[in-house]
Structure formats: structure tokens, C-alpha cells
Design a protein around this ligand. Structure first.
Ligand code: FUL
Length: 475
């Protein structure tokens, strides 16, 4: 065997996932359907829900976009407490937090060496304060993934007028943020305001890869894509695999010079502010706080459509999340916890129209065991019209369903139905399209003694990581 072939074989061996759960599985797992997620993307998709915190000079001016001329002396939080942000995020079910290190106004919330337009020139903590440090430390301590937002558009710094000199400055900012604050899980590049400006994107990406190879580059970046709106909503049909434009080619698994696009795993993030239209705190903004009903709807249409939700909660002029917002977040999470605490299908007897290699390691019960590392899979030749039927034991009232694919092997399901048995009749209650990381369905109360999930169309044999039915008592 030539050396390149040996390397290829080794790589293929590493790429082929091990058989799930049961070490005695005799049957090979389904071959991955490329492109597949990286380990970091997979872990991030499992996080599902994060907190965005816009905090900076705008916080003190009741403005969303200041123009870079506000006096740094106006930045003066009276009782800054980043731990309160992170504790709130954690207790509201959020697993990561992204904080603004610099917004479009150019004001840095950390004491950068690159400009005077920063916390250093503010009266806060005698110019010794550091927002990014506070948030990063609290995140690391409390086990919440830390991310930072760095606006490419800069309305303050004169160097912005010259692309090359600004690229140097921007890389210096990145170098500071990626070397002084411990592990960074996500770097968020906002596209706003940048039309017509030329950036050295590939240079930025290369620097991030060098300094923090595990960090995911979001929005204007190759690892996480923007869902395309600021309402926090993902479409019903959501594919992780995308044709990514040529300007974010880095990391592509399959480059096509002819079309200048790459087919890559590029999962979607939904960002939305908890107060309508306000990313930054405004003194009279509480009236814009979204209702529990609106927030639940956003959750169902983001996380429940297979995307990740980054919900913005703005710290106020104290440097703390307002009590009303904190209470709202906890209420929403309380309802979701209550709804999903009991999977009526978990551990119940199940049958399937086909089981991969007739091997129990891929049986239908593997979608009902609560184990994220196991899944129900069928033989490769049979990719459509495959069902999993669960016997609930006794008739139960249900109004929610949850399906997950084992996306480490790629995204496969194109369409599915959900039916229930009530007496002797089967009735269709849901007809859906993609599943991906997670699909949450809501439907009116039905009484079911059995439920049947049918994968009606799939790109390759289905690999279903979990399936559940629930009863929500709140709309
Ligand atoms: C937008 C920005 O202009 C907003 O101020 C905010 O940062 C949001 C996340 O992205 O495009």
C-alpha cells in the first residue's frame, strides 16, 4: 500500500463512526452521508439555546447604533455583575453566552491596547474595568460556553477607511480576545453596515483557527450560518447542508471551482432580542418585552425546527439583566421543562418495519432509551416508508412530539408523518418535512394508545436518535 493510501485508509477508519451503544453490534453502522458536522458543530447543536448580551456605550444613550462619537466617560455601569448574567442564562436553560466586545460604534468593552475608545477611558472602576473578563470568567466558572461578538463595521476608528490597515487592527483585536480570556467557543461576525467594505475574511478565519481551533465562526463565517431574519424563526424545512458562497470557502468539504460554492455542513443560528427591536437596553424598553406565548413560539420555531436559538437579553445601566426579563426567561424555561419532563414513549415496547441487519443495536427501542449515543436505523437499501410504532400501554392524552436524527451521520430525513391509534383507527396528526438535530411538533390534544412515526422520504437510511410524545398543560 502506498503511503497516501495508508493515510486515506486511516482517515476513513477515523471517519466511520463506531456502532452505537452496544459494543457487540455485529452490523456496521450506516455510512455517513457527507458533509457531516465537525465535533464542535455537533456539540454546539446539542446546546440548542444561548444568551446574547449587547452591552456597550449605546446602553447609556438609549440608542441602538451610536456613531462612534459618544464620550467614553458616559460608559459607567453602577453595579456591574456578569455572574448575574451567566447564572440567569444557566437557570433559564441556556448553554452558551455571546457578549459584545465591540459594536458598530467602535467602543471596546475590554481594555484593548489598540484604541483609547474603550472602558479604559471611562470612569467605571477607575478605568480598570473589563466586561469581557467578567463574562468570560463567570462563563468558565459556571460551565457555560463563552462567545464574543466583534463588529467588523467600525464607525469610530479612522483606520476603517483603509482596508489593509483596518485588517491589521481587527486581527489585533482578535488576537487579544483569543489569547487573554481563556477558551472561546463562538466568534460572532455581524454583517451589518459592511456593504462595500473589503475585509480579509480568510485572514481572520486563519487567525482564529490558529489561536482557538475549537472556536466556531458564526454569521459572516464558515461554521454557523445566520438564519436570515432577526425574528428568531427558522423555516419549517431546514437543511444543515448548504451551498456556501465562495467568500467563506475555508473549511469546505467539497469545493466546486465551477460554481464557486461549497456544499458544507453549515447549521443555522436564530438571533432575536427579548425586547422587540432592541438589542441594547433602553430605559423605557420594558413595554417591548415579549410575552411568554411569543417566546415559546420563537423557541418552537427555532430549536423546534432544528436550529439553535440565541436570545438577546440586554444588561441595563447597572450592568445587570433587568428583573422583568429574568423572570420572563425563567417562566419560559419552567414551562418547557414541565412539558418535556415526561416522555410518554420512553422505554415503552416498540416495533419497526425494518431494523438494520436485524441487529438489536439498531432497534426501535434505541430511539426511546433517552441515550443520545444510540439510534434506530434501517438497512441501507430501504430508505423510505419505514415506521417505528410505540405502544403507550394505556390511552394517553398527548399534544407534543419530538424527533431527533443522529446527525453525526449527516442529515437524512426529507419527510415524515406521525399517526396515533385511538380505538381501532389510525389517524394522521402531523405531516412534516426535515428533522435534523430536533423537530418539535405541536398539535391539539389527542388520545392515543399507540403512536407511529413513519419516515416517508429520506436521502439515506434513517438514523433516529430520539422520539418522544408529551402532554403540555400550557399553550
Ligand atoms: C444587527 C446589528 O446591527 C444589531 O445592532 C445587532 O448587533 C444584531 C445582532 O445584528 O445586524
Amino acid at each position: 500500500m502506498s503511503i497516501p493510501n495508508a493515510i486515506l485508509t486511516l482517515c476513513m477508519t477515523l471517519l466511520v463512526p463506531a456502532a452505537p451503544g452496544d459494543a457487540t453490534a455485529a452490523t456496521a453502522p450506516p455510512p455517513p452521508l457527507p458533509p457531516v458536522p465537525t465535533a464542535e458543530q455537533l456539540a454546539w447543536q446539542d446546546m440548542e439555546y444561548g444568551m446574547f448580551c449587547h452591552f456597550g456605550i449605546n446602553t447609556f444613550h438609549n440608542e441602538e447604533w451610536t456613531d462612534g462619537s459618544k464620550d467614553p466617560a458616559t460608559f459607567n455601569p453602577t453595579d456591574f455583575n456578569a455572574r448575574q448574567w451567566v447564572e440567569t442564562a444557566k437557570s433559564a436553560g441556556m448553554n452558551y453566552l455571546v457578549v459584545t466586545a465591540k459594536h458598530h460604534d467602535g467602543f471596546c468593552t475590554y481594555p484593548t491596547a489598540q484604541t483609547d475608545y474603550s472602558v479604559k477611558m471611562s470612569p467605571w472602576r477607575g478605568g480598570k474595568g473589563d466586561v469581557v473578563r467578567g463574562v468570560a470568567d463567570a462563563c468558565h466558572e459556571l460551565g457555560v460556553m463563552f462567545g464574543c461578538y466583534l463588529s467588523p463595521w467600525d464607525r469610530h476608528d479612522k483606520r476603517y477607511e483603509d482596508s489593509a490597515s483596518y485588517d491589521g487592527l481587527f486581527k489585533d483585536y482578535l488576537r487579544e480576545l483569543l489569547t487573554q480570556y481563556g477558551p472561546v467557543g463562538e466568534v460572532w461576525f455581524d454583517g451589518a453596515g459592511s456593504k462595500g467594505h473589503v475585509y480579509d475574511w480568510n485572514g481572520y478565519y486563519a487567525l482564529i483557527r490558529e489561536l482557538q481551533p475549537q472556536a466556531l465562526i458564526a454569521i459572516c463565517g464558515p461554521d454557523i450560518r445566520w438564519v436570515g431574519n432577526e425574528d428568531g424563526l427558522a423555516p419549517d424545512t431546514l437543511w444543515n447542508v448548504q451551498e456556501r458562497p465562495a467568500d467563506v470557502l475555508e473549511g469546505a468539504s467539497d469545493k466546486s471551482p465551477a460554481t464557486s460554492v461549497a456544499r458544507v455542513w453549515w447549521p443555522a443560528e436564530c438571533d432575536v432580542p427579548i425586547r422587540k427591536g432592541q438589542w441594547f437596553y433602553h430605559t423605557d424598553g420594558e413595554k417591548n418585552l415579549r410575552s411568554v406565548k411569543e417566546l415559546l413560539d420563537i423557541y418552537y420555531r427555532s430549536v423546534g425546527h432544528g436550529a439553535t436559538l440565541l436570545l438577546n437579553v440586554s444588561p441595563d445601566r447597572r450592568g445587570q439583566l433587568p428583573e422583568a426579563d429574568v423572570a420572563r426567561l425563567k417562566e419560559v424555561w419552567g414551562i418547557l421543562n414541565e412539558t418535556y419532563k415526561l416522555n410518554l414513549a420512553q422505554g415503552k415496547p416498540a416495533t419497526a418495519t425494518n431494523v438494520r441487519g436485524k441487529d438489536s443495536a439498531y432497534g426501535p427501542d434505541k430511539a426511546l432509551d433517552g441515550d443520545p449515543n444510540t439510534y434506530w436505523a434501517t438497512d441501507d437499501v430501504i430508505v423510505s416508508s419505514q415506521s417505528l410504532t410505540v405502544d403507550l400501554g394505556a390511552p394517553a392524552v398527548i399534544n407534543r412530539a419530538m424527533i431527533q436524527e443522529y446527525i453525526a451521520l449527516g442529515q437524512r430525513v426529507e419527510a415524515y408523518t406521525l399517526e396515533i391509534l385511538n380505538g381501532t383507527d389510525w389517524k394522521e396528526i402531523v405531516r412534516g418535512t426535515t428533522v435534523g438535530h430536533k423537530k418539535l411538533d405541536r398539535f391539539p390534544d389527542v388520545t392515543a394508545s399507540k403512536v407511529r412515526l413513519t419516515i416517508t422520504k429520506s436521502l439515506a437510511c434513517p438514523a433516529i436518535r430520539s422520539f418522544g410524545v408529551y402532554r403540555a398543560t400550557t399553550e
